[in-house]
Design a protein around this ligand. Structure first.
Ligand code: CMP
Length: 139
């Protein structure tokens, strides 16, 4: 059993895609074990994306991620990190496979609807960034 963090980004929430994304998880044998909506400050977004601090897109990314409400979810399942990444599609929606969330809805490499952890270590950091143990079902 593995865990990962999913975020429906401000563009996904703004486009009314919360139900769509949740429904894709529920149809894919992915269990939602924690979920909440929140609005990050710029500082909180900078902390979340600290690994990208040196990237040229960091300032714009953290502005965007603190521009509106997001939905964060902890997901659990077998190979859930890879499964979630397959459902999301490539970071750049133009490279994403047909039928993936980003291919279907993203408009921009930055405004790409969803985020998903890329490895078990990042998943542990990212889940812990938003949830304490009392908020995770089965923790
Ligand atoms: P995400 O999976 O949340 O991880 C880092 C985010 O940075 C990425 O999705 C995009 O929203 C954003 N981003 C903006 N420009 C780039 C870029 N050139 N390469 C990768 N990620 C980018």
């Amino acid at each position: 059993m593995e865990r990962t963090l999913s975020i429906i980004k401000p563009d996904g929430v703004g486009k009314g895609l919360i139900g769509e994304v949740v429904s894709r998880f529920e149809k894919s044998d992915i269990r939602i074990i924690a979920m909440k909506m929140l609005w990050m400050t710029k500082k909180q977004a900078q902390g979340f994306y600290a690994v990208h601090a040196e990237r040229p897109f960091f300032d714009s990314l953290t502005d965007f991620m603190s521009s509106g409400p997001i939905v964060v979810m902890a997901l659990e399942g077998e190979d859930v990190i890879a499964k979630n990444r397959k459902l999301m599609g490539a970071t750049n929606f133009e490279d994403a496979e047909e039928g993936t969330i980003r291919r279907d809805f993203a408009t921009d490499i930055e405004k790409n609807i969803v985020h998903g952890s890329d490895a078990p270590e990042t998943a542990a950091f990212e889940i812990g960034y938003f949830f304490n143990s009392f908020e995770i079902i089965g923790a």
